[in-house]
Design a binder for this molecule. Structure first.
Ligand SMILES: [Zn+2]
Length: 196
């Protein structure tokens, strides 16, 4: 692997395959075969990332227990794995003035950024539900600002059902900071032109 991007891409692929190996239904022989084939070819990566996946899930589980959701009774736990291997977790923090409520994903992201981390690999999201729950639109946008290709693994812990997405699938046509910079560049160019 020569570039950080290529390494990150490889990590994502490793996690996807680890996910399939863990969660593919027995009837899905194609996924299980693919996972087994990949595992034997990349045993070291597989073991490393499977262990890492478990660690991130544990962090999200701790956060879920600390969720402050007295109004919605909808606790959420999130944990972000960074490219440097560190893990930062967050829970939802509700407020009597509902609009001020913080989502678990954004609390986790804030913890990571406050500790100097801005490049993420994986978000694990746990909810006390039967089925997995995807991040809300606001969190998708904020996460996209940092890692457009973030891998998101959501789990409804009551039945252990999971879903896996890349953020680009959940936010296919995102607003981007590039749009702001482009506008800024054009306005300063126009200003310079006028001054001439
Ligand atoms: Zn949210």
């Amino acid at each position: 692997m020569s570039s950080p991007e290529a390494l990150a891409e490889h990590r994502w692929q490793a996690l996807v395959r680890a996910y399939y190996a863990l969660h593919a239904p027995e009837t899905d022989t194609q996924a299980r075969l693919e996972a087994a084939r990949w595992r034997s070819a990349h045993r070291d990566f597989y073991d490393t990332f499977l262990a890492q996946l478990e660690e991130v899930r544990r962090a999200a589980s701790v956060a879920l227990q600390h969720a402050w959701a007295p109004y919605s009774h909808f606790p959420v736990g999130a944990a972000l794995l960074c490219t440097d291997g560190t893990i930062w977790h967050g829970c939802n923090v509700e407020c009597s003035s509902y609009g001020l409520t913080l989502c678990a994903e954004r609390v986790a992201l804030g913890a990571a950024v406050a500790n100097g981390r801005r490049d993420f690999v994986l978000l694990v999201l746990l909810t006390d539900t039967d089925t997995p729950v995807a991040p809300c639109g606001a969190c998708r946008q904020l996460l996209h600002d940092f890692t457009p290709q973030l891998l998101i693994l959501a789990e409804g812990i009551r039945q252990g059902r999971t879903a896996l997405w890349f953020l680009s699938q959940l936010l296919p046509d995102p607003f981007s900071g590039k749009d702001i910079w482009e506008r800024y560049r054009r306005s300063t160019t126009a200003l310079t032109h006028r001054e001439e």
